[in-house]
Design a protein around this ligand. Sequence first.
Ligand SMILES: [Zn+2]
Length: 303
Amino acid sequence: MKKYIIIIFFILACSSSEGEKNIPEFDGNIAYQYIIEQCDFGPRNPGSTGHQQFANFLQGYLLKNSDKVIIQDFNYFEHITGEDRVGKNLVAQFNLEAEERLLIGAHWDTRAVADEDPNPDNRSIPILGANDGASGTAVLMELAKIFSNNPPPIGIDLVFFDAEDVGISGQPTTYAMGSEYFSKNLPILKPNSAIIVDMVGDKYLNIPIERYSYSVNPDMVKEIWSLANELELNAFEYKVGYDIYDDHVPLWENAKIPAIDIIDFDYPNLFYNYWHTQQDIPENCSPQSLQQVGTLLLNYIYD
Ligand SMILES: [Zn+2]
């Protein structure tokens, strides 16, 4: 009898030490503060002072919190305003020696118009973009700090894309100018795969599988959504949803980087819409939502 107990104890001891992995914690409250800080700059649509000032702030932040920063300036024609502009993609790299590399991207610009706002008077005013712009950027900013303090086992390239939300409604290819340029002029070694995070701050977070992602990289989609299930991150829904034109599309089409998009397009739900309206504000986002997305990414990377 005693012998069995010892054996069982030994097995338990082995399995627990083997099961112990150093997966850093993601702090949703800190990430949420980054949403507020971004919104304090005002709207960050290209050409605005908020856009310019936040670009400087982000560059400074990344220089402090990464192994290497690459700035990619580019010219583009902005369909929604009819302006020729200069955009800025920012890349923060970690574990530069690693051959296996994952790109994690988000857009940091916000939309110049609130063209989906129910009130016509609001439609010509730029949005604050707490969710559409700031949420993905906030997750990446917190990840940068975590990667600096806990060197990741694979190479990571965090890419902050500019000029995503500059398109004309109903004309997808007039959007995503930053990732369009990036994917045609890669400033880094081509990563093995990519994950875009966009609109992940919604207080009522619900993230089905984005359809285009599933067609491009089904293996990664299955792995990510299964992992979310295992971790009981209930925002993630294991079913295929909308097909959305986002920064992952140019990455695949131009550079053949198998990219997926983590996005909750129904903001806040099927019956109301804050997307591209004056209601895209921090109050409609939550730390818990950011925490789920950050936790998933960290488990995917460190496990
Ligand atoms: Zn948008």
